[in-house]
Design a protein around this ligand. Structure first.
Ligand code: HGY
Ligand code: MN
Ligand code: MN
Length: 430
């Protein structure tokens, strides 16, 4: 393990590594389907181009680059022995529409930067390392999130192959057009017996580190989330001829429900969002006959999340009753609340202390979802958060990080990997 310490000691060059990681985030930001913004969805041309570029960087870091049958970009760095278990590092490469350039992508670049350092110093650890650039964490195209990481975790559901995208292209056909075998997606899975754990670095998608004046944070867990497709059905009609009291206006039922989401979230101390709404038939002079809208509800525990959903549903049913509408619901996605694993978290904490000198690194619960939620079905996980500037805004082009904080993050992530190795070698905690 002596060599490993030297790798960590060279962290002085970390500003250079950070500048390169940020440059790479800029390169990927340019691989987008959106004019003047960033959008890269699952199994798109942009996804293929990003995987090709990331695979080059993976190879440049001394790893074997490959793509699995779910479309994840993967890199393998050998361990000291051929039968060594594997430590997973990574995050996602897909984005939301009009995204920031660091959500997911920065975590993959930090993971590659750490392996690049180990390789440069010829450091071999008691485990192999696999870097993963997950293909679909956001779920933008097919409505179900964490598809890439579920495939690696072995929780892929073949029924998802029939999910249609907005143009009616099924996931099955999209996989085939991408050059993948839809029937082979499950081959992406890892054997839990071979996995040491999963570490993910991610930009904080909120202002807590910024407000606390901390560059890095240790994640304690990730909120549980449910996503629904909701609808209110009434009766379309003439915007002039139908008296107000006779109307069955679907949009008003949906609007009342959206207000109820905010009220219930505040009352229950959870988070709830209506991010999408489609009004039909969608003409200015026609009373809306139908309103389709989304609901994303999250809480620190699954019980709190479900209690809030029950209350939201009750208020939606009441609003529909008063307005003589029909309310329908469809659960589109569910991710249970998860906690990070103590020893891996201690390694992240150790890494933050090594990088920043902080004796008591800040711990925070993630209200944003991450691939770690899916990988938690396969292996224990821990996460490192990097301060987000600009008020902590994310899922927005103004998402920012500083090169200094990224340098600290690479140092911390490398020290965390070495601490996991140290514990495996001689059982001493980090
Ligand atoms: O929605 C989320 O929390 C994540 O950014 N996909
Ligand atoms: Mn995101
Ligand atoms: Mn993310």
């Amino acid at each position: 393990m002596r060599r490993a310490r030297r790798a960590a000691a060279s962290a002085g060059a970390s500003l250079e590594d950070a500048r390169e990681a940020l440059r790479r985030c800029d390169v990927l930001a340019g691989i987008s389907s959106m004019e003047g913004g960033i959008e890269r969805v699952y199994l798109s041309r942009e996804h293929a181009a990003a995987n090709a570029q990331v695979s080059e960087w993976i190879e440049g870091a001394g790893m074997r680059a490959w793509q699995d049958q779910a479309g994840n970009a993967r890199g393998s760095y050998p361990g000291a022995t051929p039968d060594a278990p594997v430590l997973l590092l990574g995050s996602h490469l897909d984005t939301v529409p009009d995204a920031g350039r660091y959500d997911g992508i920065l975590g993959v670049m930090i993971a590659i930067a750490v392996v690049r350092r180990l390789h440069a110093h010829g450091v071999m650890l008691p485990f192999a390392i696999e870097v993963l650039g997950f293909a679909d964490e956001e779920g933008v195209r097919f409505g179900r999130t964490l598809l890439g990481s579920c495939a690696v975790a072995g929780t892929w559901d073949p029924a998802w192959l029939d999910l249609p995208d907005g143009e009616g292209v099924t996931l099955r056909n999209a996989l085939a057009s991408f050059g993948l075998d839809p029937e082979e997606v499950a081959s992406a899975a890892l054997d839990p017996a071979t996995v040491v754990g999963y570490l993910e670095a991610h930009i904080e998608q909120g202002p807590l580190l910024l407000d606390a004046g901390r560059p890095l944070g240790v994640v304690s867990g990730i909120m549980g989330a449910k996503r629904f497709d909701l609808a209110m059905e009434g009766e379309a009609g003439h915007a002039g001829g139908v008296p107000m009291r006779h109307r069955r206006d679907a949009l008003l039922g949906a609007a009342e429900t959206a207000i109820a989401v905010e009220q219930v979230a505040l009352e229950h101390g959870v988070v709830g969002t209506v991010g999408q709404m489609a009004v039909l038939p969608g003409a200015a002079n026609v009373i809306p006959g139908r309103a389709d809208f989304s609901l994303d509800v999250r809480a620190a525990t699954d019980a709190d999340r479900d209690k809030a959903w029950e209350e939201i549903r009750a208020r939606a049913v009441a609003a529909a009753g008063e307005r003589r509408l029909t309310f329908t619901e469809h659960l589109r996605h569910e991710a249970r609340a998860t906690s990070t694993e103590r020893r891996l978290s201690e390694a992240i904490e150790h890494g933050v202390t090594v990088a920043t000198g902080e004796r008591e690194p800040m711990e925070l619960l993630s209200k944003a979802g991450h691939d770690a939620m899916a990988i938690a079905s396969l292996a224990p996980y821990a996460m490192l958060f990097v301060r987000n500037g600009n008020g902590g805004v994310s899922h927005h082009p103004d998402e920012t990080v500083t090169v200094e904080d990224v340098a600290l993050a690479i140092d911390a992530f490398e020290a965390a990997v070495l601490a996991v190795a140290q514990r495996m070698t001689d059982g001493t905690p980090a």
